[in-house]
Design a protein around this ligand. Structure first.
Ligand SMILES: [Zn+2]
Ligand SMILES: [Zn+2]
Length: 56
């Protein structure tokens, strides 16, 4: 079972789940936001493609 997880900020594949985070969009709750360790460290923005919510 290969899950194709991509970081919502940099679009890189999440190969190592350690240090990355996944959570549902705080506004619409429909889209899963995925952030890799790198984007957490640089506090990259993410955007929900369902409702357009942007967050740090
Ligand atoms: Zn990233
Ligand atoms: Zn949303």
């Amino acid at each position: 079972m290969a899950e194709d997880l991509r970081c919502s900020s940099c679009k890189k594949k999440i190969s190592n789940i350690k240090g990355s985070t996944r959570f549902m969009c705080p506004q619409c709750g429909k889209t899963e936001i995925i952030r890799c360790k790198h984007c957490r460290e640089i506090v990259a923005k993410y955007k929900c493609h369902n409702c357009g919510f942007e967050g740090p």
